[in-house]
Structures are given as structure tokens and as C-alpha cells.
Design a protein around this ligand. Structure first.
Ligand SMILES: Cc1cc2nc3c(=O)[nH]c(=O)nc-3n(C[C@H](O)[C@H](O)[C@H](O)COP(=O)(O)O)c2cc1C
Length: 254
């Protein structure tokens, strides 16, 4: 079953090479306004977007984000920020104090940011632009907070490069639907789906046709696939200072 909206969604592939033409201010406004149309918890709209087009600022952010040249090359970087600073102001105007003492206040706003960002991503793609999320802006979160002058009760959740694509991105296979869609109750039996996905991802060639040892079967080799790739990544600690940066921004995560 399909329609133009579902087709657009299905054509998504992250773009990491851009043409230099600037993205018109009006397009950025349209993209962020589309983000604002996403559902938002209690209508809080707990986000702000910093549009970065200044080459020097992009270069700094690029350096701090694993030297990803796409950030420098893209005509614009949108930084989708969690924003409870505006809500703090609404409280102050009305003689209340916002409660940001619990994990929930951060989580609710982080979900808001993600929903708005993805609406914005689809809007950008519908306008013929390419996008790539940039989680690496959290490699040195405090430095990004300083560069963007983010006040207390805000936090940069993700960057997003946007621009005219200079490449046709691969459409990466996703997990088999049966691994993700469960009916009535969770089905933990996923090994077959994982094996099928390993084969599908290996077939794209992105892992370079490498072989790896089959765990528990001495001497046997198999193609390096998504499970091996992902397990290697997620078994490492990552951005371990996140909690302290979040707390420095005024949130408590009780
Ligand atoms: C929150 C988030 C952060 C991401 N951060 C990066 C990043 O820093 N650099 C990058 O090249 N891709 C990044 N990506 C893109 C993912 O790698 C990509 O979406 C995933 O591999 C699936 O590929 P596709 O988007 O082409 O379908 C990020 C995606 C998300 C959702």
C-alpha cells in the first residue's frame, strides 16, 4: 500500500555530500514550521532550532563533531535543541517555578525534539533537499552549548545537515518488519530476522565483504553483517559525560 507521502518516506537516505548553493531562508523557515506541526507533549513545544550557516561556525562545529566534512560542506546545519528555557520564562511570568527535577521533564522534551526534527526532515526531503542527522554534535556537548550560546534549560539533541544533494544516497535496508512489529505482545524470538538482516546489509557492500569468525564455532567464518557491526559499536562506552552536561544545563535526572 502506498501514496505520495509514504513514497517520500520510503525514498529517504542520509545525504553526506552537498552542493554549495545556500538553502534559502524561506526554505529553512518552511522546514522548521513543518517541524512545529508535529504532535508535541501537552502542547509544550519544548524545542528550538539553531540554523547555522556561517562557514566559520560550521567549521568549528565540524571539528568538534568527529571532523565530519559534511557539516562544513552543507550550506546549513540545523541544531535541534531541547528547550525548556521558554517554559521557565512562561512560569516566571505567571509566578511559578518550572519543575525540572525529574528525568521525565527531560525525556518529554527530548521526544518533542525528535518528532519535530523528523517532520522537518521530511519537509526538507519533499523540497528536494537532502538531510543527515548529526548526533556527533554531542561528542563535545559543552563546547557546542558554548558556541551556540544555549542558555540553562536547553540542550542540543541533534544536528541536521541540509542542502542540495551532491550524491544519490543508498537506501539502506531496514530490519524485517516482523522484527519490529509485534502483535498483541512482544515476541522475543528474533534470531531469524537478525540473520536475514545480516545478509541484507552485507549484500549492500557497505561492510566491504569482510568475513568474521562464527561465535562458538571454531574455524568457521561468515560474512560481517549488521549484528557484528552493531555489537562492536554498542559494546563500547560512549559520551559518558552526558549526564553531567545535562545537569549543568539545569536539569536533574531523578
Ligand atoms: C539521532 C541521529 C544521529 C545521527 N548522527 C549521525 C552522524 O553524526 N553522522 C552521520 O554521518 N550520520 C548520522 N546519523 C545517520 C544514521 O547513520 C543513518 O540514519 C542510519 O545509518 C540509517 O541510514 P539512512 O538514514 O541512510 O537510512 C544519525 C541519525 C540519527 C537518527
Amino acid at each position: 500500500m502506498t501514496n505520495p507521502t509514504i513514497d517520500l518516506i520510503a525514498r529517504h537516505g542520509s545525504v553526506r555530500r552537498y552542493r554549495p548553493e545556500p538553502v534559502a531562508r524561506e526554505m529553512i523557515e518552511t522546514i522548521v514550521a513543518a517541524g512545529q506541526r508535529a504532535s508535541t507533549s501537552s502542547n509544550l513545544q519544548a524545542y528550538s532550532v539553531i540554523a547555522v550557516t556561517d562557514p566559520e561556525r560550521k567549521a568549528r562545529i565540524s571539528e568538534l563533531s568527529g571532523d565530519q566534512t559534511q557539516i562544513y560542506q552543507a550550506p546549513a546545519l540545523l541544531v535541534w535543541c531541547l528547550d525548556r528555557a521558554r517554559l521557565a520564562r512562561a512560569c516566571a511570568l505567571r509566578g511559578y517555578e518550572q519543575n525540572t527535577h525529574y528525568m521525565e521533564s527531560f525525556l518529554v522534551a527530548a521526544v518533542d525534539v525528535a518528532l519535530a526534527a523528523q517532520n522537518g526532515a521530511l519537509a526538507a526531503e519533499s523540497l528536494g533537499l537532502g538531510i543527515c542527522y548529526i548526533g556527533s554534535i554531542r561528542n563535545h556537548t559543552q563546547a557546542i552549548i558554548d558556541i551556540l550560546e544555549l542558555p540553562p534549560f536547553t540542550f542540543p539533541i541533534t544536528g541536521m545537515t541540509i542542502g542540495r544533494p551532491a550524491e544519490t544516497p543508498m537506501i539502506r535496508p531496514r530490519l524485517p518488519l516482523e522484527a519490529v512489529l509485534h502483535w498483541e505482545r512482544y515476541n522475543p524470538d528474533q534470531d531469524e530476522a537478525l540473520a536475514a538482516y545480516d545478509r541484507a546489509m552485507a549484500a549492500t557492500g557497505i561492510y566491504g565483504g569482510r568475513q568474521v569468525a562464527v561465535p562458538g564455532k571454531e574455524g568457521e567464518m561468515e560474512e560481517y553483517g549488521w549484528t557484528e557491526h552493531t555489537a562492536r559499536r554498542i559494546s563500547q562506552p560512549k559520551r559518558t559525560e552526558m549526564r553531567s552536561v545535562i545537569e549543568r544545563q539545569g536539569f536533574r535526572l531523578a
